[in-house]
Design a protein around this ligand. Structure first.
Ligand code: ZN
Ligand code: ZN
Length: 647
């Protein structure tokens, strides 16, 4: 080997940039080394492919008079790495014309090209060839087949290949996990992870967490979440992907506190969140209304140049809206360079939640003016904004626009908005007719909305019809329990009242426990109903007693006295009956300066008693109280609520 040749090869091995590569190429031609030495040509091909110069790569390949299997392999890989999948497969077919036999390096490349282009036909042919050559014992080949079948939606075949492999490595298991995960079968994917731990001495790794990531958007059992946590803690904490996956799992399984805590731990482990982490954790921040923490994450994103990024910005709007900070949401929205339908929809929903129907409509109309096409999802917040703000005509207009102009078939969410809209405006009969004409079978939400409207507008006849439907659909659901027993009591149907009460007692109440969250000094404090676990518990109850005393002077009668109060609280002592939002409110009063606004989120709909209490407390302590329940924001100020007592 000449000195020049040796020198050139050294540089080629380091993958030079295109300028240097061309220089080396010229020198090799001048020296005359190139034609004779196939190992140099192969190196050149690889380098040109790295530099995305696929045409030159192909030229070098074509100019080579004698080509063996290695040349074909390099050419196929070059096409593959540059995303020319059909060309890669074409090259594979050419091999046979040249009478060259594919080897165990060729097959995995071809399978990759089949996977990437979902080419089942060539994939099947390759499988046959693999079978004939007895290549299945090669791990790369077997793993490639699993992935190929998975990408072509042949789950059973993928699993069959896996079963037939004589030996498997972690990648084989990961490939099978990915097959299920990509098809949204989270539970099945996790079962594969469990099987691996059970039946081999292999252990999960960060790659397995990554394989699971496409499925984490679906929710799963608590058991599975705990299993994921164990995998994460034991084997996969070293890689950012694993953290992102674990945060997403918590968020999608309604465990926002765990998601946020995990995010806060990243710093300790020296892992820097990326835009995916930020976009994943922001919904949890919103769920907890942890505004200050949300702002910190926003700053982090700015400082680390994660913005502009559409997904992150949309998540920021949503987070600020849920934290009740409309101006911050609007600032993010206004600063965006590009906006998609999600951005606009989030902004509409931000205004809608605070009861600002007029601005919600303006934003929605602006979106239409910009020429964006609203989808089924984007009509929900504008309709709901109209109903929360009592804008009957506009609401009807948007519903017509959706069905007639955009030809969107209304779903139950849209229909519930319309029933709500009509009901709130006192058009109970019209709302009832609307339900009867619906093409979809009304669900409990729709009857519930109608029942609430009947209660407010004292329409006994239709109210009872709604109640009866509701009773049949979801007799065991605690959300409607008070509503139902109230209306039956009003109608004097005591037998039904007793019925409901005994159902509740016998079946037990299917109810998630009420949790209220407040943020104090960048920490989220959670309270359960009757919670006595908080270190400041004693103080909180003492202060609450003082407040209740003042409220009684103002004419407050605690609903716990009433026979119709939530069954969950019955048969328990007075303190146990205290709902979580009251505890959270008092906790903030105790720990902040006078006049500091109080922000609270609750995972259930706020009850009438707490609503009255919050109104009175806002007057007594002269503080604004912002309470977000599952439906909307309640903004209590000086004894009144922004919802107008209708929620
Ligand atoms: Zn309550
Ligand atoms: Zn309210």
């Amino acid at each position: 080997m000449s000195i020049i040749e040796e020198f050139c090869i050294k540089i080629l091995d380091k993958c030079p940039d295109i300028k240097q590569l061309k220089k080396i190429h010229c020198r090799l031609i001048i020296n005359g080394n190139i034609i004779s030495a196939s190992h140099i040509v192969l190196k050149l091909m690889k380098c040109y492919s790295e530099c995305r110069q696929i045409t030159v790569t192909r030229q070098l390949f074509d100019e080579m008079p004698q080509k063996d299997v290695v040349f074909f392999n390099v050419m196929i890989r070059s096409y593959l790495n540059n995303h020319f999948y059909s060309k890669a497969l074409h090259m594979y077919r050419n091999m046979f014309k040249f009478n060259i036999n594919p080897d165990h390096f060729t097959v995995p490349q071809v399978l990759k090209a089949c996977s990437a282009s979902a080419n089942l036909w060539v994939g099947l042919q390759t499988h046959v060839a693999v079978f004939k050559k007895g290549l299945l014992s090669n791990l790369y080949v077997g793993n490639g087949l699993i992935t190929m079948y998975g990408k072509c939606n042949r789950l059973v075949d993928a699993h069959k290949v896996f079963d037939e492999m004589p030996n498997r490595d972690v990648v084989s298991w990961n490939s099978l996990v990915a097959v299920y995960a990509q098809n949204g079968m989270f539970d099945a994917a996790l079962e594969v992870c469990r099987a691996m731990i059970r039946s081999s001495n292999l252990r999960p790794n960060a790659g397995m967490m990554a394989s699971l990531s496409p499925a984490v958007t679906s929710s799963t059992s608590l058991d599975n979440v705990m299993f994921m946590k164990e995998m994460f803690m034991s084997y996969a904490r070293g890689s950012l992907v694993s953290w992102n996956v674990m945060i997403a799992v918590y968020v999608n399984n309604s465990m926002p506190t765990d998601a946020v805590n995990l995010y806060l731990q990243m710093d300790i482990f020296g892992i820097d969140p990326d835009s995916i982490t930020v976009a994943s954790v922001l919904p949890a921040i919103g769920d907890l209304s942890a505004l200050i923490l949300g702002k910190k994450i926003h700053e982090y994103a700015q400082r680390n140049k994660l913005l502009p990024n559409l997904t992150v910005e949309n998540a920021l709007i949503d987070m600020y809206a849920k934290c009740g900070s409309l101006s911050d949401a609007r600032n993010v929205f206004d600063a965006m360079k590009t906006r998609d339908v999600v951005s606009w929809t989030s902004m509409v929903s931000a205004y809608g939640m605070t009861g600002d129907g007029q601005n919600a409509i303006t934003v929605f109309t602006n979106m239409l003016d910009k020429g964006l096409t609203p989808d089924s999802i984007s009509f929900v917040p504008v309709l709901s904004a109209c109903s929360h703000a009592g804008l009957l005509d506009q609401g009807k207009r948007f519903f017509k626009l959706m069905t007639d102009e955009y030809k969107i078939v209304p779903r139950l969410e849209h229909l519930a908005c319309m029933v709500d809209l009509l009901g709130r405006s006192g058009r109970i009969n019209e709302a009832y007719n609307f339900i009867q004409k619906m093409k979809l079978k009304p669900n409990d939400r729709i009857w519930g909305v109608l029942l609430s409207a009947c209660k407010v507008h004292s329409n006994m006849d239709i109210g009872l019809v709604a109640a009866d439907h509701l009773f049949q659909l979801v007799p065991e659901q605690a959300g409607y329990y008070v509503l139902l027993s109230n209306i039956y009591a009003k109608a004097g149907r005591w037998k039904d009242v007793t019925n409901i009460r005994s159902i509740m007692k016998v079946k037990g109440v299917k109810k998630e426990p009420g949790v209220s969250n407040v943020e104090l000094n960048s920490q989220v404090h959670s309270f359960l109903a009757g919670d006595q676990s908080h270190p400041q518990s004693k103080e909180i109850y003492e202060k609450l007693d003082v407040l209740v005393g003042k409220m009684r002077e103002m004419g407050y009668v605690p609903e716990t006295d009433s026979a119709l109060h939530d069954i969950e609280d019955e048969d328990k002592g007075y303190h146990l009956a205290v709902h979580s939002e009251k505890l959270a409110i008092v906790f903030v009063i105790l720990n902040t300066e006078p006049f500091t606004p109080i922000r609270i989120t609750k995972n259930l709909r706020v009850c009438e008693d707490c609503h009255i209490a919050a109104k009175m407390i806002s007057k007594i302590v002269e503080r604004e109280i912002v309470l977000r329940d599952t439906n909307r924001f309640h903004h209590f100020k000086n004894g009144v609520c922004s919802c107008g007592d209708y929620w």
